[in-house]
Design a protein around this ligand. Structure first.
Ligand code: ATP
Ligand code: MG
Length: 652
């Protein structure tokens, strides 16, 4: 085991970098005003009146930078074009079919001003909402920054969503303008976006204008008086517009959560706190240097793309790669080829993508020189130690750190993570390690008492932090009931978790997916990790099925690695493996072999859908599913096996 990958013997003296980080953390909690003032002073504010933080009686129990004024587009652009960064690259953009563009800070500044000015001339004012339904093209961050420049609020809808999903979100946000594109590219296909927008806008009376970025030479249906091409639109703008200086608590954007757990919620973010948080986390988590080339593989439709494609890199003035395409098209080495060709230094991706690459095999990465990489990151789901080790070995040369970053749409930016920009603590595969300065997480028992070390419970954040969302759009009540009622007055994250003797946090899946088997609680991820640690298993999903005696029994779905075939022997072997790794209580009642698992477009397994299949219930809203055939697959696997077993033979 290398120095980075060590598992700390918990009885030993505290590692110096851990005590250093804990010192910084302690200071940030003792003097938040001083701590955040130092960070905020690295950014530009038009006014700095009064305290940075003011406690309040109602959730989220505080306001950040309430009487300070700033503008995010000014900090992301104007601040840089006044310096040597002016002609440095903000984005290298490339598509899966090789289309390329290089956008400098000056280019971005010019185009954002035009867009913002055109919006203003179209009558858009501070506080108005603008919706984006766009593929991964530079015009997306341009329209986001243009919106914020005039104090309007953006709402990005992932470009894979259906007309119904767009309509629901347009209605909730009462957007005046929709920015879209005729097509987007995905796995060699041109996907039309405009028809879904047309359908959604029909029933959205708030929408006055649809701005359409034309990418293909095919004709696009344009509604007279309502639709305008992106290029005609920006031609109406001036080359400069003064930024609107807004209060720190002015909303910057609404982002509807991905819907893994049900009806979307409109997380509403601030300006001052959000900007400070993404700037700070981009610096200390990714330890960025001026010359770094950063690549976050997310889509801007998700919060990760907002914070670490659109805002974090630009606020810190670095260069990013922006890619429109999937990891496996035209071949499974696409990513590694891009990293080699551009010389990417920092790669930020998801456990799902890593498991996908594991399944393809390391030979694809080995074809390329990945030595430019000096930091790796993951986000979105707990990373199972197997995937962590594969990433570390095959992509990270067993020498570069992995930052496993825990956060949510609601948190605005990363909260629990290794922090190489402050002090790199020894890493433990599968743990997100320690909280950032200003963040006070804990693990609570069912009854709301702090859990003891190594005891499982519910993740809470005990005080407001600058990046925290301010509310759910137009739904104060749901905001309070979802996040501040489970443990009154304290932010409930909805994740199952554990803190070890070193104070490291382990995220164990969603709280509402925890299995309760004969009085024991088991995180879904603990069981899935155990299955994936068997050499035949590539991916797995575990859900709890109601059981009259045990309350719940675990049911597992697994995808095998290439070269392994489903068989009753392998099923028994996997059951035995779980028995050995976790214990007899955790052995799944049934293990089903499948080719695909139902996942969201952002790659997360939808256990809710699998649960419905197993319980033969309606599967509910699946508009965010990556691939509808995965549901048929799970249904078929379940029916086939049930028939074969005739309910008699069980796996233990
Ligand atoms: P919805 O809230 O609509 O159900 P979602 O929770 O999947 O969707 P996000 O806000 O993108 O939407 O995801 C946040 C969740 O992702 C966290 O609550 C956690 O469950 C999981 N997560 C993110 N990063 C990590 C990580 N590093 N380790 C473990 N889990 C993580
Ligand atoms: Mg969530």
């Amino acid at each position: 085991m290398t120095e980075l990958e060590q598992v700390l013997p918990t009885s030993k003296a505290v590692h110096p970098s851990i005590s250093m980080l804990k010192q910084i953390h302690k200071k940030s909690l003792e003097d938040p005003e001083g701590f955040w003032r130092n960070v905020a002073n690295e950014l530009y504010w038009a006014e700095k009146n009064g305290p940075i933080f003011k406690p309040t009686d109602a959730p989220p129990y505080g306001k950040w930078f309430q009487n300070w004024k700033t503008n995010i587009s000014y900090n992301a652009l104007d601040r840089h074009v006044k310096t040597w960064r002016r002609n440095t690259v903000a984005f290298y953009w490339e598509t899966e079919n090789g289309e390329k563009r290089t956008v400098t800070y000056n280019d971005l500044y010019n185009e954002v001003n035009r867009f913002a000015s055109a919006l203003s001339k179209a009558g858009i004012k501070k506080g108005d909402r603008i919706t984006m339904y766009m593929p991964m093209v530079p015009e997306l961050p341009i329209s986001l920054l243009g919106t914020l420049r005039i104090g309007a609020i953006h709402s990005v809808i992932f470009s894979g969503f259906t007309a119904q999903a767009i309509q629901d979100r347009l209605k909730d946000s009462e957007s005046k303008i929709v920015v879209t594109s005729d097509i987007g590219y995905r796995r060699g296909k041109a996907l039309e976006l405009k028809p879904a927008v047309d359908e959604a806008v029909k029933n959205s009376p708030s929408v006055e204008k649809v701005i359409v970025l034309k990418r293909s030479s095919n004709a696009t249906n344009m509604v007279k008086g309502r639709d305008i091409s992106y290029h005609d639109f920006i031609a109406t703008g001036d080359k400069y517009i003064e930024p609107e200086w807004v209060e720190g608590t002015h909303p910057s954007y609404i982002l509807y959560t991905s819907g893994t757990t049900g009806k979307p919620k409109g997380a509403t973010h601030s300006t001052g706190g959000y900007m400070t948080w993404v700037y700070y986390t981009q610096k200390v988590v990714f330890d960025v240097k001026d010359e770094d080339l950063f690549w976050c593989t997310a889509d801007i439709g998700w919060v990760t793309g907002h914070s670490y494609i659109a805002y974090g890199p630009l606020l810190t003035g670095i260069t990013s790669l922006m890619y429109e395409g999937t990891p496996d098209y035209p071949a499974p080495d696409k990513w590694w080829e891009l990293i080699e060709r551009y010389g990417v230094n920092i790669l930020y991706t998801t456990p799902t993508a890593i498991r996908m690459h594991m399944k393809f095999g390391e030979q694809w990465a080995q074809k390329h020189d990945l030595s430019s990489l000096n930091l790796l990151g993951t986000v979105g789901e707990p990373i199972n130690p197997e995937a962590w080790k594969w990433y570390f070995k095959n992509i990270g040369r067993e020498t570069i750190p992995i930052v496993d970053t825990w956060w949510q749409t609601e948190t605005g930016g990363i909260l629990i993570t290794p922090q190489p920009g402050l002090a790199l603590v020894p890493l433990k595969p599968g743990s997100a390690t320690l909280p950032l300065p200003g963040v006070e997480p804990d693990v609570f028992s069912e009854e709301g008492k702090p859990a003891k070390p190594n005891e499982r419970g519910y993740l809470v954040i005990k005080r407001p932090w600058p990046g925290q969302f301010m509310t759910l759009w137009m739904d104060e009540e749901r905001f309070t009931s979802v996040y501040f009622t489970r443990f009154p007055g304290i932010y409930y994250a909805g994740d199952y978790s554990m803190k070890d003797d070193d104070g490291y946090f382990w995220l164990l899946g969603r709280a509402d997916e925890v299995l309760k088997v004969a009085g024991h609680r088991i995180g879904t991820i603990e069981l899935e990790d155990a299955l994936i640690s068997h050499s035949a298993v590539a991916e797995s999903a575990v859900i709890g099925k109601p059981d009259p005696v045990k309350m719940q029994v675990p049911i597992a779905f697994v995808i095998l690695r290439p070269g392994h075939k489903p068989s009753p022997q392998l099923r028994d072997e996997l059951a035995g493996h779980v028995r050995k790794t976790i214990g007899p209580i955790a052995v799944p009642e049934m293990i089903y072999f499948v080719e695909k698992l139902p996942k969201t477009r952002s790659g997360k397994i939808m256990r809710r859908v699998i649960g419905a299949v197993v319980q033969e219930k309606p599967i509910g809203d699946v508009t965010t599913l990556e691939d509808a055939t995965s549901v048929e697959e799970a249904t078929k696997a379940y029916a086939d096996l049930k028939a074969a077993m005739r309910g008699s033979v069980k796996s233990k």
